[in-house]
Design a protein around this ligand. Structure first.
Ligand code: GLY
Length: 350
């Protein structure tokens, strides 16, 4: 897989999925190139965005007739009710099967807008303009779209690959510091995914746009090898079992990426106890996570028993509690870890 520079200096990363292939463009101001990536035969575009994105001055011009649909701010917009509302608005406006949705915002907007595109008229084209670090290196790439139910996050959704993704690094200047930190937790994850023998997957010497493009490239390679998550794609959940348990138990004031950061250190400690990696590799995890200024310890008040019981509710836990753990062959699913070891290791990272 190669990523090349476009004429305006953006980095272009291909996502190779046969007839569903597309490019992710990364760079400052790439949202202004939207008309170049909207498929040529699209007649009209429904731009789905969030009030905070529009208020931050992040607007787009798809180059064809369009209408802007503004949702409320926050993750709570990811509901089936919001999908119905959007689709009804699309229908009232007269959006047809040959038109498209352009979702502009963070992961909540691209998940919601992408899912509305996946189901409206049984699927119309979507383009994502991703404006948060978390969205750029994770949610906007790979075709997972969906909404939450009261019973759990992302329980209703579809694999629906976009026609193109624009990751505008200029938009990151408008992000609150805690939003940025959340993205950095996912970025830390990529240090351990691409090449389990390399210390940093080539990330450490790069500028932020280059680093984002490298993370996208790593994710694109994983998604190309396992689009529907029947196996390898689960490596993208590295560090997430503890993170999801922390989030399900109220979050302890941690943003998603901060919870992933602690989850990465915890996974390394577990892998070490399971004899899969050595102490030096654990230190490497702590160094990378700490290097991003992210937490390496469990919150002091975290309830270890509650977290262990939440591990078995994780989506990957179809055959018992499952952790993605580093090891000699890279990150792999590991089952059968004793609850006592899980609890003892939680205490070790507290
Ligand atoms: N966020 C994990 C994935 O896209 O598979």
């Amino acid at each position: 897989m190669a990523s090349g520079a476009g004429v305006m200096g953006e980095i272009r990363v291909p996502v190779e999925l046969a007839e569903r292939s597309y490019e992710v463009w990364v760079g400052p101001g790439v949202r202004h190139r939207l008309s170049e990536v909207v498929p040529r035969d699209v007649g009209r575009v429904a731009v789905v965005t969030q009030a905070a994105v529009a208020d931050a001055g992040i607007t787009v011009d798809p180059g064809v007739e369009h209408k802007v649909f503004i949702t409320e701010n926050g993750e709570h917009i990811k509901t089936l009710g919001a999908v119905e509302e959007l689709c009804r608005e699309f229908a009232r406006w007269g959006l047809t099967r040959r038109d498209a949705v352009v979702a502009v915002g963070g992961g909540a907007v691209t998940d919601l807008g992408g899912f509305a595109a996946a189901v409206y008229h049984r699927g119309i084209r979507a383009v994502f303009v991703s404006t948060t670090l978390l969205g750029q290196i994770d949610a906007s790439v790979g075709g997972k779209t969906g909404v939450n139910l009261p019973e759990g996050k992302n329980l209703v959704g579809a694999f629906w690959q976009p026609a193109a993704v624009l990751c505008d690094t200029e938009a990151l200047d408008t992000l609150a510091p805690e939003e940025m930190r959340s993205g950095l937790g996912e970025m830390a994850k990529y240090h351990f995914i691409a090449d389990h023998l390399a210390a940093d997957a080539g990330l450490e010497s790069l500028t932020l746009p280059e680093r984002i493009a490298r993370c996208v490239e790593i994710k694109a390679e994983v998604v190309a090898s396992d689009e529907r998550e029947s196996g390898r794609r689960a490596v993208l959940n590295y560090g997430h079992t503890l993170a999801h348990a922390l989030e399900a138990h109220g979050g302890y004031g941690l943003r998603h990426g901060e919870a992933v950061a602690v989850g990465l250190v915890y996974a390394a400690e577990l892998a070490c106890r399971a004899g899969r990696i050595d102490a030096e590799r654990v230190v490497e995890h702590r160094r990378v996570v700490g290097g991003y200024g992210l937490p390496v310890c469990l919150p002091a008040d975290a309830d270890a028993d509650a977290l262990v019981s939440l591990f078995s509710r994780d989506k990957k836990a179809v055959g018992g509690i499952t952790f993605m753990l580093d090891g000699p062959e890279g990150i792999q699913p590991v089952t059968g870890l004793a609850p006592a070891v899980l609890r003892e290791t939680l205490e070790a990272v507290r």
